[in-house]
Design a protein around this ligand. Structure first.
Ligand code: SF4
Length: 71
C-alpha cells in the first residue's frame, strides 16, 4: 500500500507546523511546504500533520480514497 501526499502551495501559509511535526515527510521551501516524497509508505505521523495544518493544505490519499486530514 502506498499513500500519495500533496501540499497545496496556494493554501499553505508556511506555518511550519508539518515540517516541525514530521520533518522526515515535510520541508519548508520558500513560502510553502512540500512533501519530501509524494509517495510514501503509510505513516500515522503524516495524518497527524495533515490534521494539524491550520489551513488544511495537506492532502493524503490512498489511491482514490482521502485518508487525511481526518474528519
Ligand atoms: S502545516 Fe499547513 S500551512 Fe503549515 S507549513 Fe505545513 S502545509 Fe503549510
Amino acid at each position: 500500500m502506498t499513500w500519495q501526499v500533496e501540499v497545496s502551495a496556494t493554501d499553505c501559509i508556511a506555518s511550519g507546523m508539518c515540517a516541525a511535526l514530521a520533518p522526515e515527510h515535510f520541508v519548508l521551501e520558500g513560502e510553502h511546504a512540500e512533501p519530501v516524497a509524494s509517495e510514501i509508505e503509510p505513516d500515522e505521523i503524516v495524518l497527524d500533520a495533515a490534521d494539524s495544518c491550520p489551513v488544511q493544505a495537506i492532502l493524503v490519499r490512498d489511491g482514490d480514497r482521502e485518508v487525511g486530514p481526518r474528519p
